[in-house]
Write a protein that binds this ligand. Structure first.
Ligand code: PSU
Ligand code: MN
Length: 305
């Protein structure tokens, strides 16, 4: 696969230095402008401050970019509507036709792994939507087979979390709580759903990842990192907002790919920016853990050489 790896990212990868991939759907379709641009820049800064190289991934005019120039990041944020929303399945169409697309968790994971990146930080992965359960994000399937660690604040609270966790298990995605024994619920720290595995030291997490990939040739690791306590929203309040957003989606006949952006947009509007602030805080916290993990994995790798 032809990837346009930015020079600074290619340099880091060739030295075995830590790199953290970042997705672009959260920028183009998950957050309102101009907050999305500020968040995109803050995520890259958080990764760099943590001692790793950030690589935001997107399809621009039919080219898969791993690491974006500041101009492109701005275009993605200011003109998100001109970017399609591409999951891993949609990549071929955009690459063949020369169109532009923001990459979801599934597409970002596949492209990042293709470039040799082992850590990817996002906000929250997709999952099983509520209701009849027939809308299931491809994120879960892509994670199952892609050897990458994804740092996420659990799965988005708009989803059916018990079914999402069950499907992760069925598919063989290793879920590890970062300093928690509960699946986080995006805007809030806990869901009441217990996790079998948790890690409290970054080297421990790095070792788990390396054994999974290098010794077992297995797929993704979902690192579940709860939103920082100070940024967490009130459970009852956010549940009511989500319920209202789901009713609105149903009434307006919104489904499929448009559902997640619709729900997030509605929640952002109704909470007067509180949800956006929470989304920002949890994504940055994930970028910070991502940087630490990438550094630990790279250190492990260097010890072996
Ligand atoms: N996390 C966020 N905001 C987002 C998303 C994740 O904080 O907008 C995006 C991710 O790109 C994820 C996608 O892959 O939502 C899931 O969409 P769907 O449910 O249509 O698969
Ligand atoms: Mn879907």
């Amino acid at each position: 696969m032809q990837l346009a790896v930015a020079p600074h990212v290619a340099d880091a990868l060739s030295r075995g230095a830590p790199v953290v991939a970042l997705e672009s759907t959260i920028i183009a379709h998950g957050l309102p402008y101009p907050a999305n641009l500020e968040v995109a820049q803050a995520l890259e800064l958080a990764v760099a401050d943590g001692g790793a190289t950030p690589a935001t991934i997107a399809i621009v005019d039919g080219v898969a970019h791993v690491g974006l120039l500041p101009d492109t990041l701005e275009r993605l944020a200011a003109d998100g509507a001109s970017f399609a929303k591409a999951g891993a399945t949609d990549l071929a169409v955009h690459l063949a036709r020369g169109t532009s697309a923001a990459t979801t968790v599934s597409a970002t994971a596949v492209l990042a792994a293709g470039a040799g990146i082992r850590v990817f930080a996002t906000g929250g992965i997709g999952g099983v939507h509520r209701g009849d359960g027939s809308d299931v994000s491809h994120d879960l399937y892509a994670l199952a087979k892609t050897p990458i660690a994804v740092i996420s604040a659990g799965a988005k609270a708009i989803l059916d979390l018990p079914r999402t966790l069950e499907l992760l298990e069925s598919l063989g995605v290793l879920v590890v709580g970062w300093k928690t024994d509960e699946l986080p619920a995006f805007y809030t720290r806990g869901s009441g759903l217990m996790l079998e595995h948790q890690a409290t030291h970054i080297d421990e997490l790095a070792a788990i990842c390396r054994v999974r990939w290098d010794d077992l040739a297995q797929g993704g690791v979902l690192v579940a990192n709860p939103i920082p306590a100070a940024a967490a929203l009130d459970v009852a309040a956010i549940d009511a907002v989500i319920a209202e957003a789901l009713v609105a989606a149903e009434a307006e006949g919104v489904s499929g790919k448009r559902l997640t952006p619709f729900l997030l947009g509605r929640i952002a509007a109704v909470t007067g920016g509180k949800a956006v602030a929470a989304n920002r805080a949890l994504a940055i916290a994930n970028a910070e853990v991502g940087a630490r993990l990438a550094v630990a994995i790279a250190r492990d790798g260097a010890a072996e050489r």
